[in-house]
Design a protein around this ligand. Structure first.
Ligand SMILES: NC(=O)c1ccc[n+]([C@@H]2O[C@H](COP(=O)([O-])OP(=O)(O)OC[C@H]3O[C@@H](n4cnc5c(N)ncnc54)[C@H](OP(=O)(O)O)[C@@H]3O)[C@@H](O)[C@H]2O)c1
Length: 286
């Protein structure tokens, strides 16, 4: 295997996607709650660079379930992503991953929903004697970091659909909901939509970022055609472009409706975009 830090025996939570936006937050929340955490990665060096010392790092690839055997040792809780490989391709290995997890003693699983039905989610729901929770976040607040280079360089955000509505959620709150579901009773067999505390337009978000960094930011509204051309230039695959057009141009009700999951599950109110912007203001300063 594959590990950079050898595990000792005991009950642990294995977090896949741990080097990513949501996974890192799950790791932080689990550690803060006093749990032993192991991070799954395909790249131990990268993982060690971004994860806290207290986390064990185990190398494995979800597209190759047999590479997970040792990472699953002593694990009772498992957080799963639903993609693996290039461009968020749906992970086809869900059933085998779940089989190995059950054999290893995993009792509780959370899944980060990726916007569509996937073999991972189906396998999780079909596995006997498993407490599963599907976490369905709406748009992440951290997506705003994509604007940072343009804001630093030109005080500008260039995006389509300036009036689109979003109940976007702080990634730390997604992590907190998953951490609770992974370690506390009462969340099995549930699917949790996770949102922020308010519905904002793109204009509202840009204004909040300007206020947080102490300098106004212009919003330049792109046409749909201009946006598609820019996404193509950035190398986004056509299916991702199609997804973005639909998500931004025709946001489904679930993406623009506030629900109280964060407060109900974690006992803390969901964080606002103004809080997120204050925490990340430096990324938007020249
Ligand atoms: N952005 C949004 O607004 C939004 C909203 C709702 C839902 N989502 C969903 O959130 C998910 C993305 O989450 P994220 O932003 O936290 O991810 P991310 O930051 O892009 O990180 C990807 C993570 O996946 C891991 N990974 C990828 N392929 C793997 C494989 N074959 N085996 C093991 N690990 C693998 C990577 O680990 P290593 O590189 O360390 O191996 C990395 O930790 C997607 O399903 C997306 O649909 C996003």
């Amino acid at each position: 295997m594959n590990h950079t830090t050898l595990p000792h025996s005991g009950r642990k939570v294995l977090v896949s996607g741990a080097t990513g936006t949501v996974g890192r937050q799950i790791v932080t929340e689990l550690l803060a709650r006093g749990h032993a955490v192991r991070a799954l990665t395909r790249d131990a060096v990268k993982a060690r660079a971004v994860l806290p010392e207290a986390v064990e790092v185990a190398v494995g690839d979800l597209t190759d379930p047999d590479s997970l055997t040792e990472a699953l040792t002593d694990v009772t809780g498992l957080h799963l992503i639903t993609f693996g490989g290039a461009a968020f391709a749906p992970l086809e290995t869900g059933p085998r991953v779940l089989e190995l997890a059950r054999k290893a003693g995993v009792r509780r699983v959370t899944v980060l929903h990726g916007g569509e039905d996937t073999p991972v989610e189906r396998a999780v729901k079909e596995t006997a004697d498993l407490d599963w929770t599907v976490v369905l976040p709406v748009e992440f607040m951290s997506n705003a970091l994509e604007w940072a280079p343009g804001v630093r360089a030109d005080d500008e955000v260039r995006e389509p659909f300036a009036d689109r509505l979003s109940a976007m959620v702080h990634e730390g709150d997604i992590g907190a909901v998953a951490a609770v579901a992974l370690t506390e009773e009462g969340h099995g067999g549930r699917s949790y939509v996770v949102t922020g505390p308010e519905v904002l337009t793109l204009r509202d978000k840009v204004a909040a970022l300007g206020a947080a960094r102490g300098r106004e930011i212009r919003l330049v509204e792109l046409t749909e055609e201009q946006a598609v051309a820019r996404w193509r230039q950035a190398g986004l695959p056509e299916h991702v472009i199609g997804f973005l057009l639909e998500a931004y141009g025709n946001t489904p009700e679930v993406g623009r409706t506030v629900v109280d999951t964060v407060e109900r599950v974690t006992g803390r109110p969901a964080r606002t975009f103004a809080e997120w912007a204050a925490d990340h203001a430096d990324a938007f300063r020249p």
